[in-house]
Write a protein that binds this ligand. Structure first.
Ligand code: SF4
Length: 153
């Protein structure tokens, strides 16, 4: 299937760390707005409302630029979920490396980091992930989706 062209914007944010309102608590961290995977069932398309995008979900990406996380230890013991409304290892990460940058900033934080992805691009950062695992708790949650009813039990 041909991939749609992705419109890329660069945006500045005050912080990349967003306090989560979910029962899990902690922080939801998304280095991008939008997600080129464009999963049919995506719950994250509600982000269009908050970010002024009128394009179809999956056809735009905002690449965030944030001030460096100055005091990563502040997040020690906190749950930090990377990729709640995007996939940090979407194909544009190959170019922009925002997720890698984020992990570098958090690597000595002592945070309880969970990365949610559908992409094997996460393997590119294995060196960094091993390093993080020594100082923090790290989980990589990797999912595969399918429209095949056989697997929908
Ligand atoms: S990978 Fe996640 S955020 Fe991206 S389109 Fe699919 S469900 Fe949405």
């Amino acid at each position: 299937m041909e991939q749609p062209e992705i419109k890329v914007n660069h945006i500045e944010t005050k912080s990349v760390m967003t306090k989560s309102n979910t029962p899990i608590g902690g922080y939801s961290v998304n280095p991008y707005v939008g997600c080129p995977h464009a999963c049919k069932y995506c719950y994250a398309s509600f982000m269009k409302r908050f970010t002024g995008h009128t394009e179809e979900w999956g056809t735009f990406m905002d690449v965030k630029d944030w001030p460096e996380i100055k005091n990563p230890k502040k997040y020690a013991g906190q749950k930090v979920i990377i990729g709640t409304v995007t996939d940090g290892y979407n194909p544009l990460e190959k170019t922009y490396k925002n997720t890698r940058r984020l992990l570098e900033e958090l690597k000595d934080s002592g945070a309880d980091i969970l990365i949610c992805t559908k992409s094997d691009l996460v393997l590119r950062d294995l060196d960094l992930l091993k390093e993080i695992n020594e100082n923090s708790r790290l989980t990589v949650s990797w999912s595969i989706n399918t429209l095949d009813a056989l697997y929908q039990r």
